[in-house]
Design a protein around this ligand. Structure first.
Ligand code: APR
Ligand code: ZN
Ligand code: ZN
Length: 374
């Protein structure tokens, strides 16, 4: 029985930005009051983790990355009542504390207790549960899933169906709701509409699924990596564009293809250029541009000011507008009941000790999602 004891286990550490991950032996302290220690079963490698490793978000290093996690509760701290040891759970990068303004507002989901913007790297009491030979190792987003054991606040973890296959449902912790919810909840894509999706990675693919499920009749997929096109078409993309092979800017091509611009444009890359291209691909009067990608923290989005007065909408969305603790378990159940299929997004599964191979596949653009298994 490990409850109440420090656990020594393997974890991936980013010692600083832009340096390769190293698998090290770390100490994981027991959960304090209001915290939960999880034995990880699987984690996805999400674009946001790549932003962390590149140093595009303001983080404290060394840290243990990862947030798209599934696992089993090992032990809980005082006062924890929504999960118990043995429960299957997902980690929540966007938590739901239930008490803050965003949580109490019917339209809000960007909970005050999130630790993304900015990332403190520590738990609510200001300390970390991870250490390496006595040195503090920081949490990322209070999730840190690239480790055999992690500790998260109770508001950043949710119990899911006992029947959920843990080797796949980690995607429902971030990528699936982030993309699918952007289309169905935030944009509310309408039947017969034209959509354009910038970025056909894990999140972009989930956006495509949401557009398709909403009855979009045309879905234009944009990516600089043509390896992504075949799988994107299988999910519902009708036209694929590689901006590097076009004679003119991609937004002009989208304008020509559609005549009037897209009803809905989604950016799922996290770059200023593609955010502007998405904005300029939208219909001038009623188009809606959804920013899903996370731009580097110190950048500014500069729009031609007059371009907004004709009526189009620019909208940001995180975690698909879902109130996570309330809604994520239902998505797992929907998957179990074949109402949403995440299987095409899981293109690779590798044991945790093959992390380097997994990262290589990610950087070569071979994966939609590679799931690491513990
Ligand atoms: N133009 C078009 N496509 C691009 C460009 C570009 N300039 N740069 C990168 N891409 C493509 C990549 O080839 C890849 O297919 O964007 C895709 C990004 O996919 P992933 O790396 O799988 O990232 P994902 O997990 O989908 O996250 C995308 O959403 O939640 C945010 O923080 C996340 O900003 C990230 C974005
Ligand atoms: Zn909250
Ligand atoms: Zn993510």
């Amino acid at each position: 029985d490990t409850a109440g004891k420090t656990i020594t286990c393997r974890a991936a550490i980013a010692w600083k930005e832009k340096s390769p991950l190293k698998i090290e032996e770390v100490q994981v302290e027991p959960p304090k009051s209001g915290e939960v220690r999880i034995k990880m079963a699987s984690t996805g490698i999400c674009g946001t983790d790549d932003h962390v490793l590149k140093g595009d978000l303001s983080m404290k290093y060394p840290l243990i990355p990862g947030h798209e996690g599934a696992g089993i509760v090992e032990s809980v701290g005082d006062g924890v009542c929504s999960v118990k040891p043995g429960d299957k759970v997902l980690t929540l990068i966007v938590p739901q504390c239930g008490e803050c303004d965003a949580c109490l507002h019917c339209l809000g989901n960007f909970c005050d207790k999130q630790d993304i913007l900015p990332c403190s790297g520590v738990m609510m009491d200001g300390t970390s549960r991870f250490s390496y030979r006595g040195q503090t190792v920081y949490h990322s987003f209070r999730t840190s899933t690239f480790t055999e054991y992690t500790v998260v606040p109770e508001f950043a973890v949710v119990k899911i169906d006992d029947a959920a296959p843990l080797d796949k449902v980690c995607l429902i912790s971030c990528g699936v709701p982030t993309g699918y919810g952007a289309a169905v909840n935030s944009a509310k894509v309408t039947p017969g509409s034209t959509c354009v999706v910038f970025g056909l990675g894990g999140v972009g693919s989930a956006i495509v699924m949401g557009c398709k499920a909403s009855g979009a009749s045309r879905i234009i997929g944009v990516d600089i990596n043509e390896q992504k096109f075949c799988r994107a078409r299988a999910l519902g993309v009708t036209d694929c564009l590689n901006p590097t092979k076009l004679q003119k800017p991609v937004q002009e091509v989208v304008m020509e293809m559609t005549g009037v611009g897209a009803n809905f444009a989604f950016e799922a890359i996290g770059k200023i250029e593609t955010m502007l291209a998405a904005w300029n691909s939208c219909n001038n009067s009623y188009g809606v541009c959804l920013i899903v990608g996370v731009a580097p923290v110190n950048t500014q989005l500069c729009l031609q000011a007059v371009s907004i007065v004709s009526g189009k909408t620019l909208k940001g969305v995180c975690l698909g507008d879902y109130k996570t603790k309330d809604c994520i378990p239902q998505l797992v159940t929907d998957y179990l009941q074949n109402k949403i299929n995440i299987d095409p997004l899981v293109t690779h599964q590798l044991p945790f000790n093959e992390l380097h191979k997994a990262m290589k596949l990610y950087y070569k653009g071979k994966t939609i999602r590679c799931v690491l298994l513990f």
